[in-house]
Design a protein around this ligand. Structure first.
Ligand code: 5CA
Ligand code: MG
Ligand code: ZN
Length: 465
């Protein structure tokens, strides 16, 4: 809890996820191991999105006049935008923004593409790097200035109802991907003062880190027709009238990788859900002088069988003590480790150890090893998810009076409080506790914890990144 930050930075280094020594603050290098985890996470995400979105790619740079068009939006980002002002030695006649997010790159093109209702809906996404000159404390993967893994989906619809449905679809996609990644989450409607600049409302996914702080790991926004009006996006409906369409966008980032590392990791290192593990099984042959050829050939046979069944498997046959190999496979979060030595051959067995709960079991070499591995990997995914959800649920603590909110949060919990729902009261609560209201969370009667007026619902409040 207390030195979570030290643990987190160490593990990024020792498990070769990123190198944060790049000479620009908030910008880091993806190392091979981390890059694979990111690759497999994006593979799973694309598989979901590609069902009914088109992947596209828009330019990195946005003309200043486009960025400035939507007043509230630009207000929300003006402190964070990086600017390009020169081409070589020549001063550009118009400043170019480096996208902090891509509404202002994409929507001028929507205005060219959308003419009639038959052009709708459009559902596209891109996976790009975006840049935000974050002034709050930057942290690798958690709060970066180059957001390297920014998946942003943007959709446009003929009716308000369709747009509202799309926000729900975006939420379902995020539920599915976070469940696949065994990341526990809460879904909350952000208070009006904390929604995405230019949005009608923002639905956010929060998860809880071991240090008791919550991290917003994804958001889905209903943009209404605000941007359509600003960017002159209009369509001719069936009766030949011109209407403004309705839009949504939903995004996630490098924070998803941060959550996988932070929530499941332990003192030995990473604990990876199989879906993103660079190696899902590592075979460690226990070799002595005599009998080593049989052990190696059996290991090769097992490796071949697992590879043919689509598992990411390797044999660690380096000339190192087994203990060192165990240590490394645990540090890297490899879900399953197979040990096989001369005595196991005599007993016609092999040993499998799970990384998530260190459970060791032996199996006969005559059994179907691929179905054993398949079952164990599924068990790991499920148990990581359940353990995470259980811990998160346990950490939501009902609080009845203002003066114990802070203590509750300092103990690593999220406080659930009665709230009247008034903005002024909500902001006063945030002010007094120096915490953030995450949003509405469930129905409740009783009085508001702060102003004693009748509560409209309960809200969650926490320390946030
Ligand atoms: N500095 C940052 N570092 C890492 N992740 C970030 C950072 N800023 C935002 N994010 C993540 O990016 C997600 C989407 O960002 S956002 O501002 O909420 N929404 C958008 O930009 C919309 N255009 C949807 S794509 C956030 O939910 C958060 O998880
Ligand atoms: Mg921000
Ligand atoms: Zn109140």
């Amino acid at each position: 809890m207390e030195d979570f930050s030290k643990w987190f930075h160490n593990i990024l280094d020792e498990a070769k996820i990123i190198d944060s020594r790049y000479p620009i603050k908030g910008m880091n290098v993806w190392l091979a191991n981390g890059f694979k985890i990111r690759k497999y996470m994006l593979e799973a995400l694309r598989e979901l999105l590609d069902k009914d979105h088109d992947e596209t790619l828009f330019p990195l740079l946005v003309p200043e006049e486009e960025l400035a068009k939507e007043g509230i939006h630009v207000k929300g980002f003006e402190e964070e935008v990086y600017w390009v002002t020169h081409g070589g030695k020549k001063k550009l006649n118009e400043k170019l923004a480096i996208r902090p997010t891509s509404e202002t790159a994409i929507y001028p093109m929507f205005s060219l593409w959308v003419r009639s209702h038959i052009d709708l809906p459009i559902k596209l996404y891109q996976v790009v790097n975006t840049f935000r000159y974050e002034t709050k404390h930057t942290r690798p993967l958690i709060r970066v200035r180059e957001i390297t893994t920014f998946k942003e989906a943007h959709t446009i619809h003929a009716t308000k109802e369709e747009a509202a449905k799309q926000v729900e679809d975006g939420i379902d996609i995020y539920k599915t991907i976070f469940n696949k990644l065994s990341i526990p989450f809460l879904i909350l409607k952000r208070p009006v003062w904390d929604k995405f600049p230019g949005a009608n409302y923002t639905m956010a996914f929060d998860t809880l880190f071991p240090d008791g702080k919550t991290l917003q790991i994804g958001t889905a926004h209903n943009l209404g027709s605000t941007f359509a009006k600003t960017f002159e996006i209009k369509f001719e409906n069936e009766n030949g009238e011109h209407e403004y369409p309705y839009q949504t966008c939903y995004g996630l980032s490098d924070r998803v990788i941060a959550a996988i590392i932070a929530i499941h990791g332990d003192e030995k290192g990473l604990v990876l859900p199989p879906i993103v593990a660079p190696k899902q099984v590592t075979i460690i042959p226990i070799i002595f002088k005599k009998g080593s050829e049989e052990v190696i050939s059996k290991a090769k046979e097992i490796e071949k069988n697992l590879k043919n069944n689509g598992f990411r498997v390797n044999i660690d046959d380096r000339d190192l003590r087994p203990g060192k190999k165990f240590y490394e496979s645990e540090l890297n979060g490899t879900p399953l480790r197979i040990e096989i030595g001369p005595r196991d051959l005599e007993n016609n067995q092999f040993i499998i150890t799970r990384r998530d709960n260190s459970e060791k079991s032996s199996f006969s070499l005559d059994e179907n090893i691929s179905s054993i591995v398949e079952r164990l990997l599924n068990d790991i995914t499920t148990s990581l998810k359940e353990k995470g959800e259980e811990n998160l649920k346990k950490r939501i603590v009902g609080v009845k009076s203002m003066d114990i909110i802070e203590k509750t949060v300092l103990d690593g919990n999220i406080a659930q409080i009665n709230w009247c729902g008034e903005e002024s009261c909500g902001k006063a609560i945030e002010e007094e506790t120096n915490l953030d209201i995450l949003g509405e969370y469930g129905k409740y009667s009783g009085d508001c914890i702060h102003c004693k007026k009748p509560a409209k619902y309960t809200a969650l409040i926490s320390k946030t990144y």
